[in-house]
Design a binder for this molecule. Sequence first.
Ligand SMILES: Nc1ccn([C@H]2C[C@H](O)[C@@H](COP(=O)(O)OP(=O)(O)OP(=O)(O)O)O2)c(=O)n1
Length: 103
Amino acid sequence: NLEELRGSLAAFAAARDWDQFHTPRSLALALTGEVGELCECFQWRGDAACAPGLPGWTDADRTHLGEEMADVLMYLVRLADRSGIDLPAACAAKLERNGQKYP
Ligand SMILES: Nc1ccn([C@H]2C[C@H](O)[C@@H](COP(=O)(O)OP(=O)(O)OP(=O)(O)O)O2)c(=O)n1
């Protein structure tokens, strides 16, 4: 779950003395870069190949896409942690608000 991931990422960074680099701003920039890499997976592919289930993608393509998704999620979870944001609580609250806005 997200709490376990938060803890694992904090331990990974601490073991490498990376807290000095993991400021909220730097993590937000790193997140943006990884979102770009995620979008690159779809770049120049036709509409058919980007349909649900990603028809025609090789196992290597899917593995690569999963890696980019993981990078995005991990930087987001780390950004929340280093910003003092409880991400699961923020998601629950936002989902509640979305439900009121779009009943
Ligand atoms: N200072 C850093 C450097 C890396 N990472 C972690 C978060 C990401 O999950 C992954 C990002 O590593 P890279 O910057 O090497 O990026 P890629 O894995 O995308 O490699 P490449 O850009 O060569 O495709 O490593 C991190 O937390 N803090």
